[in-house]
Design a binder for this molecule. Sequence first.
Ligand code: FMN
Length: 274
Amino acid sequence: MEPFRVDAQRCNRDELCVKACPTGVIQMRSGDETPLPSADFADWCLACGHCVAVCPTEAFRLQWLGPEQCLPIEKNLRLSPRQAEQFLRSRRSIRNFRDQPVERGKLEKLLQMACYAPSAKNSQPWHWTVIENPAEVRRLAAMVVDWMRTVIDQYPQQARERGLPRVVAAWDAGQERICRGAPHVIVVHGDKDYGFGAEDGALAISHIELFAPVLGLGSCWGGYFYSAANWHPPLFEALGLPADHRAFGAVMVGYPKFQYQRSPQRNTPRVVWR
Ligand SMILES: Cc1cc2nc3c(=O)[nH]c(=O)nc-3n(C[C@H](O)[C@H](O)[C@H](O)COP(=O)(O)O)c2cc1C
C-alpha cells in the first residue's frame, strides 16, 4: 500500500512537504506531478506528521494520518511575547503542597501534554507510572531514604556531595524532602538500553512542569526519587517497572500551598558569539 497520497487537484506544488520532511523520504523530481515516497520511505519515515501538518491545502495524507485528524493551530491563541515570557519565567519548583488529591483527568491531561515534547527520532519512548495514592507516595519516599542510608554508608563522599546526609537527617526529624509532601509522583520510564532516555524523559517532564500551573497545579522534579528508582532494587520493584526498563525521570505533582509573586533574575547567558 502507498505510504501517502497527494490530492493532485489540491496540491499547489510548493514542495513544503518535501522541505519539512526531516529524513528526506518525500521527493519531487522534476517532471513529477505530485510528491512521491523515496524507495527507503518505510525505513526512514519518523511518523512525525510534519508533511501533513505543513500542507496549506490539505492535499497531503499519510496512510495513518489525514489533515482532519490533526488539531488546528489557532492563530488567535498565540501568546504575545510578554505572555510567553511570563509563562516561562513563572514556572517554579513547588515544594509545599495542599493536602488535596489531583483529579485523575488533570493528571491525564499532564501526560497528554508531555507527549508533545520532542524526542530523538520521534521515538516517543515514554511509559508512565503514576503513583496516585498519597499513602503510597509516603511509603516509596521511605524507601528512597533507605537507599540514601546505604549510599551514605558505602559511598560517604558521593553521598555528602549530593546532600544525602542532610536529607536523611531532615527525614529523621520529621521533614519529608524526598517527595515534599506531594500527593502524587509521576515516573517516566522506558527501555533501559535506549540511548536518549535521559534527554527524552527530561523534555517530557519539562512539558508537565510548564503545563501544571495552567491547571492550577505545582510540580517539582523528583531527582532523588528517580535516582533511587534505578539504583535501589526494592524501590524499582515496588514501582512495578518492567525489568527491561529504567526510570528516565520523576516529578511530584499536587496543588501548591502558595503562589509566587515575582521571579528572581537568572544568570545572564554565558555565550560566545563567533
Ligand atoms: C534533574 C533535576 C533533578 C531535581 N531534583 C530535585 C529533587 O530531588 N528535589 C527538589 O526539591 N528539587 C529538585 N529539582 C529542582 C531544582 O532544585 C530546581 O529546578 C532549581 O532549584 C531551580 O528552581 P526552579 O525550578 O524553581 O526555577 C531538580 C531539578 C532537576 C532539573
